[in-house]
Design a protein around this ligand. Structure first.
Ligand SMILES: [Zn+2]
Length: 349
């Protein structure tokens, strides 16, 4: 099979990623083999190639989001069969510890993100990917392979942040930072699905317009120094119930200041930097909830796929690259200049 392989770390993915011929791996008894029709890029693919902040196994195949058709099943596979249309659930956990068996698979000490921390040569940017049955979700005919690959990790992450962690309710005001990012575009649509009022932020006019198209009632430019004053004005100085955060250092202190009494900030990333400050008076005096969140559960992903099939969550897709050009997708991710997810098609060179 063809696979996108690299054997050393490099800041420039174009220097190290090569499309190579490699053997189709042998299935374990609990695994299924997926003929990969569509695969999407995530920021962790860049961390892997950079070897920073985590040294991933080498040689490496990246790619944590794939959709396709089951080609073969191991002898212990119970519910999936050859020909099923499926999408990957990249959160690999032990499934036997206390966290896993109490529904907190994302807090498992042995958790690995498939395609990022797994290997050597075990990820999704290839023609045939193997995964344990528990890490695969069936997709209905109404969901295309492209939509499934585009929404799986970001949709699951956003669902977990808003529904499981922040526990959003109808009528709440939710501030979605970075509304056209992968998690942001899912966050806007999930908050609307739950009957919330959405204020989104974005970094330029084109992205701001897209936020409104996705359903946000209001949008502000978070690159303007007084962006948070505009949010406060929109809320008539009341503040917001929930902040959906993944931007990090550059906006975090202002986001905390925008929360209502008893409000909740839920964070899943820190693109602009980790070492932020926090005025602790906001924390104790206002009864603020600061929640971390990473990935989600298989059940979260199943919800996202369900609402995608109903047309209530529409993934944003910017580019579909033939597999021979797949390395371009990493450069586009690094430049962050696209709106929506980048996909590649391993079966089409
Ligand atoms: Zn576990």
């Amino acid at each position: 099979m063809k696979a996108a392989i690299y054997r050393e770390y490099n800041q420039d993915p174009t220097q190290v990623i090569k499309i190579e011929d490699t053997d189709i791996p042998k299935l374990k008894a609990n695994e299924v083999m997926i003929k990969v029709e569509s695969a999407s890029y995530n920021y962790n693919d860049l961390w892997a190639i950079w070897g920073d902040p985590v040294k991933v196994p080498l040689p490496h195949i990246s790619g944590s989001d794939v959709s396709g058709i089951i080609e073969e099943t191991g002898e212990d596979v119970l519910k999936l069969k050859k020909g099923d249309r499926v999408v990957s659930h990249s959160n690999m956990s032990c499934r036997v510890c206390e966290m896993c068996t109490s529904g907190h698979e994302y807090d498992c000490n042995d958790r690995l993100i498939w395609g990022f921390q797994t290997g050597p040569l075990w990820g999704g940017f290839c023609q045939y990917a193997h995964l344990p049955e528990v890490n695969v979700v069936k997709i209905p005919d109404a969901v295309s392979f492209e939509d499934a690959a585009a929404i799986s990790m970001v949709g699951m992450t956003a669902w977990h942040m808003l529904v499981d962690r922040a526990k959003i309710r109808p009528g709440q005001v939710v501030l979605i930072m970075g509304g056209t990012s992968g998690v942001g575009m899912a966050g806007i649509q999930i908050a609307k699905l739950y009957g919330c009022d959405v204020i989104a932020t974005a970094g330029n006019k084109e992205k701001m317009d897209k936020c409104l198209e996705l359903g946000a009632e209001y949008v502000v430019n978070h690159r303007e120094p007084d962006w948070y004053k505009k949010v406060r004005e929109i809320t008539k100085k009341q503040g917001v119930d929930v902040v959906f955060e993944h931007i990090g250092k550059s906006t975090f202190p202002q986001e905390v200041g925008l929360l209502k009494m008893g409000g909740t900030l839920v964070a899943t990333g820190a693109t602009t930097g980790y070492d932020s400050s926090l005025d602790l008076r906001y924390l104790f005096f206002k009864g603020t909830n600061l929640l971390g969140s990473t990935q989600g559960t298989k059940a979260d992903l199943e919800q996202v796929i369900h609402w995608t099939s109903k047309g209530r969550i529409k993934p944003l897709i910017s580019t579909v690259l033939p597999f021979s050009d797949m390395v371009k997708g990493h450069t586009m991710m690094a430049n962050a200049d696209q709106i929506g997810k980048i996909l590649t098609t391993p079966q089409k060179l």
